[in-house]
Design a binder for this molecule. Structure first.
Ligand SMILES: Nc1ncnc2c1ncn2[C@@H]1O[C@H](COP(=O)(O)OP(=O)(O)OP(=O)(O)O)[C@@H](O)[C@H]1O
Ligand SMILES: [Mg+2]
Length: 443
């Protein structure tokens, strides 16, 4: 596009913007009402001129400005109307700042046009959240998403969401003003426990608690480099699962340092790989058993079954803190490869069918190895959470480099959810907070 063409496009857009600005202020009926009131006001003011003149004569030495206004009542009224109109046109007042910011971060279309701010309002449901409605000059949503970090830095905000408005020519940008508004430490309180079964609270996001409903997204893949807070978050989820009456199974090949004795009393722990195959086989068998049970009574999921059946079935949660330890085939001999193949096949059955039968996987990893978790298991781990990570690990967990880009190197307990929600997970005292739970499955 030549400079002349760009200039012409910009001039036409500026004219259109001016009209849009006016048309976006109030709705049409309100505009007509305002205009009618304005005209009626003018007629009224004109009618009062004589009375005001008579009043002015009674005053000794009125201020020159007051005198001028009173002498030209109608003109002053009309002038005030024009000023109000112009103010409405330039509203919202930080339009220019937004345009400049977009230019600085190259958030423009091919003709170099930037989005323009049309309206600013507060989110009624979340008072901390502000909403910008912007005119979008054919900038793809992907570009808005890719530039999220730059937008946050340019306007000193935390983006909560960015989406099209009524049409693709409008963008709705929700944000919380100020950077890094999430606290570095949030201590768990029992009141954070969600009353809904089987909703687990992950942490605190910009607009409130961030949760995952295992009844609809049954399995979780949790990633992050060492020290990012994976184990703390994993245990937070398991603690809530216990509180909600689930049976928890933990594979821990790190010598038990992450799971003190309080866990051993409440959960079925597994420290040996041979044990693990037995455990996963038990879970896969339980899945088959439940499948037959549900089939007999014509139920399609655990909640339905528990409603109609006298015996209640518990949800079963299997957690592995470093899944790379059990699935890594590099350097393995044939016997071990076969063993890993068996583990994979059991995990795969649970990953594919676990949702309906209330059997869940929470797998954590810090290894940036794309081939470690077989595709069939990976695609069924619908809830993806990534803490501080390099771009390879972030790509593996979230299918984007967002965690590497958005979470600082010092952050602990700060995570990004697959839908782009940032949150700070809770810290809790595992010696006092663990709820009663049981373990009955025969492996
Ligand atoms: N939610 C949190 N809020 C504040 N600090 C946290 C949080 N989670 C973890 N931390 C801090 O980070 C430290 C490391 O956490 P954690 O052991 O969970 O990391 P990790 O990702 O499991 O590391 P590794 O991969 O080495 O096992 C904790 O000892 C704690 O001090
Ligand atoms: Mg850990």
């Amino acid at each position: 596009m030549t400079r002349d063409e760009k200039f012409r496009v910009k001039r036409r857009s500026a004219r259109r913007d001016l009209w849009r600005q006016f048309s976006s202020i109030p709705a049409l009926p309100l505009k007509i009402a305002l205009l009618s009131a304005y005209i009626a006001g003018a007629v009224y003011v004109q009618g009062k001129q004589e009375a005001v003149d008579a009043f002015m004569e009674t005053l000794i030495l009125p201020a020159p400005l007051v005198e001028a206004i009173c002498d030209n009542l109608l003109r002053s009224y009309l002038l005030a109307g024009v000023i109000a109109f112009v103010v409405l046109l330039v509203y919202p007042f930080n339009r220019k700042m937004v345009t400049d910011g977009c230019l600085q971060i190259a958030l423009t279309n091919n003709a170099g046009e930037t989005p323009t701010l049309l309206r600013v309002r507060r989110d009624k449901e979340h008072p901390r959240v502000k909403i910008w409605e912007l005119n979008n000059p054919s900038i793809p949503l992907k570009m808005w998403e890719d530039k999220q970090l730059a937008i946050e830095a340019a306007f000193d905000i935390n983006v909560v969401s960015v989406d099209f408005g009524k049409s693709t020519s409008r963008i709705i940008l929700k944000f919380v003003p100020g950077r890094n508004v999430l606290p570095k430490h949030i201590v768990w309180e029992d009141e954070y426990l969600s009353p809904d079964s089987f909703v687990l609270t992950l942490g605190e996001g910009y607009i409130g608690p961030v949760t995952v409903d295992l009844a609809s997204i049954p399995h979780i893949l949790l990633g992050g480099s060492t020290g990012s807070g994976k184990s703390v978050l994993l245990k937070l989820l398991l603690m809530q699962s216990l509180h909600k009456g689930a049976e928890v199974y933990i594979a821990d090949f790190k010598g038990g340092v992450d799971f003190p004795p309080a866990w051993h009393e409440r959960c079925r722990m597994c420290f040996e790989e041979d044990d693990l195959l037995e455990l996963l086989t038990g879970l896969a068998d339980e899945l088959e058993r439940r499948k037959k049970l549900f089939g007999k009574v014509g139920c399609s999921n655990l909640d339905e079954y528990n409603k109609v059946s006298k015996t209640q079935l518990k949800r079963l949660v299997f957690a592995c803190d470093e899944v790379a330890e059990i699935l890594d085939k590099s350097g393995a001999d044939k016997k071990r490869k076969d063993q890993i193949g068996l583990l994979e096949s059991k995990l795969s059955i649970i990953a594919r069918q676990g949702r309906a039968f209330g059997i869940h996987l929470i797998l954590a990893t810090q290894r940036p190895d794309a081939n470690l978790i077989p595709g069939q298991i990976r695609t069924n781990l619908g809830c993806r959470i990534c803490g501080r990570a390099d771009s390879i690990l972030s790509q593996i967990i979230l299918d984007s480099t967002a965690a590497a880009d958005q979470i600082s190197k010092e952050a602990r307990g700060r995570f990004l959810l697959h839908d782009g929600t940032m949150f700070q997970s809770f810290l809790f005292d595992e010696t006092t907070t663990l709820g009663a739970g049981g373990n009955s499955i025969q492996a």
